[in-house]
Design a protein around this ligand. Sequence first.
Ligand code: ZN
Ligand code: ZN
Length: 340
Amino acid sequence: MKTARDCLINVDMKALRFEDNKLRLADSAVPRRDGEALVRMTMAGICSTDVEIARGYADFHGTLGHEFVGVVEESPDRSQIGRRVVGEINAGCGQCDLCRRNDPRHCPDRTALGIRGRDGAFAEYLSLPPQNLLIVPDGVGDRQAVFTEPLAAALAILDQVEIRASHRVAVVGDGKLGQLITRVIAGTGCDLTLIGKHDAKLELAARAGVKTAKLCGAGLSRHVTTEAIITKAPRFDFVVEASGSSGGMELALDLIRPRGAIILKSTFRGAVRLDTSRIVVNEISVIGSRCGRFEPALRLLESGGVDVEPLVAREYRLADGVEAMAEAQRPGTLKVLLTN
Ligand SMILES: [Zn+2]
Ligand SMILES: [Zn+2]
């Protein structure tokens, strides 16, 4: 008997691909991997990582995109067929020590959707292992569910450090990820300040009930506003660096109290100059933080604990993906979405 998947063999689909150092909408084969599920993308989100890849800064060639919501067309797990899903983006080898310890995110042979060795979600169809997929609750719309992956990345911080209501916390960077992190950390009831450079984005966080501080000038370094924050004792117990700028780490060091912890969320292209003696003398913990678990993110969206709607900049059709990427690259743009 022919399955929906068989019908899709040899049929081309539209995909937004980065190839030969060029971003273009291309005809591409429907992705088929043994033992995996085939998902029809309904909505996808453009993230800074996609922008970096399309600028040629990352070593990835193929279909972009890792933030998506879609409908399962075919799966070895038949209970998934026809269901609306989101998907964990890392797929491990399944054999190594880390995979056996249920940590495929750090598997040395992992692939990652639209980032590493695996075509991504800016296409009509994508492929992922069935165990990577999570059913989206009915109460969570596509425009919310598409935020599951970045929201999970924000929530990862709370898995790594224990933030209590008595703590003073600063988030450096008012962009897409900084906004999500701010909303997640606000849920702890701590004394929270978002530090950024863009009036409109700081205003967005202020409307969500968060204190904000504006950095003046071109770079994230020492500024009038920062000095004002620094002189207030005590300094911050935790600083989350999500600015996407190499100056963010130096600012984090300005803000953190002795024996505090800096959580690094930005991935930079190239090296960051750092005065490590400040880390040593003040006994600062520096914690790298990447992807997070999807279930808590979906639960948070379902409960309405985080309102992601104000973070949407605009929706584009997949067919207009090149234009959408251009919009996403414009400084100050929030989340640009693609629909299929
Ligand atoms: Zn992302
Ligand atoms: Zn592995």
